[in-house]
Design a protein. Structure first.
Ligand SMILES: Nc1ncnc2c1ncn2[C@@H]1O[C@H](COP(=O)(O)OP(=O)(O)O)[C@@H](O)[C@H]1O
Ligand SMILES: [Mg+2]
Length: 345
């Protein structure tokens, strides 16, 4: 190509992580522009599904919103897709429903437009924490004991739902929407009353709720980056020490003082290696592409995998960009690399 590749940075969307996505998108846009290597445009999808090309990105501090119903607004989407007409590649800076869960990936794939990150299958598998855990178990990765409860069951009889969790998992436990992100709808429960509230709260975010035993250990996260030749490389491990909440909740994630993120984590070499191996294994178990970030706990039995994020936060202060920086990869270089990997395919 003798002209600059045209990159469209997609962001926003109908998920509860809309604001978080705009924060990622604005930074990716600025960084890609700054390289001078691409012709870059933003494509912002509003909460109600309207697509709009833009040079500026509206910004506000991420609010812990409730899930917005995924709007399959046929006409808005058909009109929106026209805006992708002359893109050489799409940089996906969306999180959660629609943008990260394989839906948009499938749409772009059927249009024949290359995009950053994982394809439809891996994206969808990673979005379902329960399905992903089945694959992790199959591949010999350690995961937390759990039980699934439907929102319908919770609404029909919360005491029955509590009883089934007590039977299968016990206290303390962690309640989370199966398709969640950004810790929205996640809570810790150590008695029946708290559990009933936690179940009802999580049921506002998804139709399926996952309840896990509370895992003890140091919380860590580890990103994997694909090289241009297709090989996978684990980035330095980050340890997360929440200060505000009892766990790495929404407030801890988006408030600078909410948690300490130690990068690289101060771990013995063998534990670092074990965490990095688990991240690569989890990435491969789901068939992820481009990049991913796996959330884990380092337990007495080794790394335990919570979930894989296929489009982790992408502001320069987000975890994956921090880890990249510790490995000598600056933010503009990182986002440009992700574009190059996508163009390669
Ligand atoms: N089984 C668990 N035991 C202890 N803490 C947990 C457990 N599951 C989740 N957490 C806490 O909740 C946070 C969010 O959970 P996670 O599974 O990563 O979902 P998401 O980030 O998609 O909302 C984690 O970073 C961790 O602090
Ligand atoms: Mg997480």
């Amino acid at each position: 190509m003798d002209r600059k590749p045209r990159v469209i940075v997609m962001m926003g969307g109908p998920s509860s992580e809309h604001d978080v996505s705009l924060a990622s998108g604005a930074q990716v846009l600025a960084a890609l522009r700054g390289t001078g290597l691409y012709e870059v445009t933003a494509l912002v999808i509003s909460r109600d599904g309207e697509w709009q090309l833009s040079n500026e990105v509206p910004q506000r501090l991420p609010q812990p919103g409730e899930a917005v119903q995924s709007v399959v607004a046929r006409e808005k989407t058909i009109r929106g897709v026209q805006l992708l007409g002359d893109a050489d590649v799409v940089f996906l800076a969306l999180h959660g429903t629609f943008g990260e869960d394989g839906t948009l990936q499938g749409l772009l794939k059927s249009l024949g437009i290359p995009f950053t990150g994982s394809g439809p299958l891996a994206s969808a598998l990673a979005m379902s924490k329960a399905k992903a855990k089945e694959l992790f178990r199959y591949h010999g990765l350690l995961v937390a004991r759990d039980v699934q409860v439907s929102a319908a069951t919770i609404r029909a009889s919360v005491s029955n739902a509590v009883a089934s969790v007590e039977h299968a998992v016990g206290y303390p436990c962690v309640v989370k929407p199966n398709l969640g992100g950004s810790s929205l709808g996640v809570s810790l429960a150590d008695n029946a009353e708290a559990l009933a509230h936690a179940l009802q709260w999580a049921a506002r975010f998804d139709t399926d709720i996952l309840v896990e035993e509370k895992v003890e250990g140091r919380e860590v996260t580890c990103a994997v980056l694909e090289a241009l030749d297709g090989t996978m490389r684990a980035l330095p491990v980050i340890e997360i020490v929440p200060r505000k909440g009892a766990f790495f909740d929404f407030a801890s994630k988006y408030d600078d003082r909410g948690s300490d993120e130690i990068c690289p984590a101060l771990l013995p070499a063998d534990e670092t290696q074990a965490v990095q191996n688990a991240a690569v294994k989890a990435h491969q178990a789901l068939g992820c592409e481009g990049f991913s970030r796996t959330d884990m706990f380092l337990t007495d039995q080794g790394p335990l995998v919570l979930e894989v994020n296929t489009i982790p936060g992408m502001t320069p202060n987000s975890l994956l960009p921090k880890a990249a920086r510790a490995a000598g990869i600056a933010f503009p270089e990182l986002v440009s690399h992700l574009v190059q990997v996508a163009l390669r395919r």
